[in-house]
Ligand binder design. Structure first.
Ligand SMILES: Cc1cc2nc3c(=O)[nH]c(=O)nc-3n(C[C@H](O)[C@H](O)[C@H](O)COP(=O)(O)O)c2cc1C
Length: 300
């Protein structure tokens, strides 16, 4: 049985990745799950310098998922290069670096600093709803998407995945803009903007009032968007949003995704990514599927 997938020339042993921001740099999960069994680890957003993130409360549980407004807290690219790359390289998995910035220059700076480093793929986060500058502000306007992607692409010496925001009317417009800007692959979805109010305190639960919604409740929306995007671009698509197990992952693959990522589910079950790999394999042996590619995009 072959579960290998190819993302822009990088071979993953299986199509399951971790979603950025939900698996730290892998260290946090290394004693709880077997990282060697995961196709790729996508690390938490890395900025040019360290970012503090937003004040608490920045996490809230909601029906079918969670809200977060973490705001891309991270120790910066130098720390990432010194500490996290050597740590992750101990494992038999691919390394995807999620890149964040407030300005185009900041994104370019991170990508420049990562030149020649021992990583496999870059993921450009132009879809975070929890920062005031950059993030989603770039990712919801197709003209801006094309501009950011083409500027960052000039510095990239690894294939560039562009992570799309679902907070748009037409996801195919931003998907096509990212590809025209030079995206080698697309990933979607980032979180959907949402809110929760504590009626007893008569105040929003999150300090920033609005945060990003993720988890099982967003899956049908994410799947619809992945399906629409796969129909309109020719680059590999990495699907995510509410995936918790093999069957969820297979829905995205049948909709056209080459790979999938597990996010919020890892907070509930640290083995969710590994369980998803096993679930895909069980499905393949049950239905006599020799190669995962036989299932990709079978939904017309
Ligand atoms: C706590 C938290 C932190 C996140 N941080 C990032 C991040 O740094 N960069 C990014 O591109 N996406 C980030 N995301 C979005 C996830 O990678 C993913 O796109 C989203 O949560 C949908 O998948 P899920 O429903 O499986 O969690 C974060 C999500 C959560 C819940």
């Amino acid at each position: 049985m072959n579960t290998n997938v190819d993302i822009c020339g990088v071979k993953l042993k299986n199509p399951v990745m971790t979603a950025s921001g939900t698996f730290g740099s892998g260290r946090e999960f290394s004693e709880l799950t077997d990282i060697n069994k995961i196709g790729a680890v996508v690390v938490k957003g890395v900025a040019a310098v360290s970012w503090q993130g937003n004040p608490p409360p920045r996490i809230a549980e909601v029906y079918g998922g969670m809200l977060n407004s973490v705001g891309l807290q991270n120790p910066g690219v130098d720390h990432f290069i010194e500490e996290d790359i050597p740590f992750l390289r101990q494992y038999d998995t691919k390394i995807v670096v999620n890149v964040c910035g407030h300005t185009i220059d900041q994104y370019r700076e991170v990508v420049k600093r990562l030149k020649g480093q021992d990583i496999d793929l870059l993921e450009l986060n132009i879809s975070c709803p929890n920062v005031d500058e950059g993030g989603m502000a770039f990712g919801t306007d197709p003209v801006m998407v094309e501009r950011v992607v083409s500027e960052v692409k000039k510095e990239a010496d690894r294939p560039l995945i562009v992570k799309l925001s679902p907070n748009v009317t037409d996801i195919t417009a931003t998907a096509k803009a990212a590809v025209s800007g030079g995206a080698d692959a697309l990933s979607l979805i980032n979180t959907l903007t949402g809110m929760k109010i504590d009626v007893h305190r008569r105040a929003p639960v999150l300090y920033r009032k609005i945060g990003g919604m993720s988890g099982p409740a967003v899956k049908p929306i994410a799947l619809r968007m992945v399906y629409e995007v796969c129909k309109c671009v020719d680059v590999p698509v990495i699907g995510m949003g509410g995936i918790s197990n093999g069957e969820d992952a297979l829905e995205f693959i049948m909709a056209g995704a080459t790979a999938v990522a597990i996010g919020t589910a890892s907070f509930v079950n640290p083995n969710a990514a590994v369980d998803t790999v096993r679930g895909i394999e069980e499905y393949m042996s049950r239905y006599g599927i020799e190669d995962i590619s036989e299932l990709r995009g079978i939904i017309e």
